[in-house]
Design a protein around this ligand. Sequence first.
Ligand SMILES: C[S@@+](CC[C@H](N)C(=O)[O-])C[C@H]1O[C@@H](n2cnc3c(N)ncnc32)[C@H](O)[C@@H]1O
Length: 278
Amino acid sequence: MDAKQPGAQTPDTARMSDPDAAAPAPDAFFMPQTWDPSRYAANARFVAELGAPVLELLAPVPGERILDVGCGDGPLTQKLADLGCLVVGIDASAAQVEAARRLGLDARVGDAQRLSFDGEFDAVFSNATLHWMRDPDAAIDGAWRALKPGGRFVGECGGENCVAKVRGGLERALARRGIRMEDHNPWYFASASEYSDRLRARGFRVESCEVFPRPTPLPKDIRAWLETFAENFLRPIETAGRSAFLDEVQEDLRAALQGPDGKWTADYTRLRFKAVKP
Ligand SMILES: C[S@@+](CC[C@H](N)C(=O)[O-])C[C@H]1O[C@@H](n2cnc3c(N)ncnc32)[C@H](O)[C@@H]1O
């Protein structure tokens, strides 16, 4: 995070006394995705709702200072604050940070690949964010520096083969337009061994790291999911053609991802880990 970003402050409270006192800056760096809190709440509330097991792995203790990396609109940050933790949320999206602040949380705009916290936290936590890091080592390095000695880094995100079927549908529709998917891929879906190696290379002791399938029922259809999470693949397509593109991907994926009851399920996998800074 650079000097322009408010995340460089020292955390001192679980909740800001006046959350409107310092409005978040507009996104200060390129993001592959616009995060619209109302669309996110309608189409992606399951992301935080399914975060209970990683919170359990974190095992937060009241009074601990915790950094929530990619806090989004703050539902899990709020759980940590409600438990009595002194939690600071960081998110790249000014709109998501604003939504988190409306909950009374200490949320700040910042890039998780450029964190500047120094030995301040008992734990660094992250849910559903680290696969958006195109420079995963920078994110791991920032978590390392933010932790006190003995602190833990506990996270969950998309892992190897995450949404492989969805990506297949996107890739086919892009290829029909002469576009290479990899040129627009915002995601990094690591295997457990690869991510463990990265954590160990930075000095972490890896207590657990696993990738497992987590088929995820969606609140709406796959088109709504794509609109919420796959914006970067729409960028190379002219605006007038985007709706047809989404329809085409949805039709392609219908047989694979829609059940006989009409409900859609995305083929998520999760990478979940706990690592300790000795
Ligand atoms: C799927 S949401 C998860 C939000 C929250 N952790 C939850 O469980 O609901 C992913 C979040 O990661 C944030 N994000 C993406 N890239 C980021 C980056 N480089 N630095 C910080 N946050 C980032 C997005 O703005 C978004 O709010």
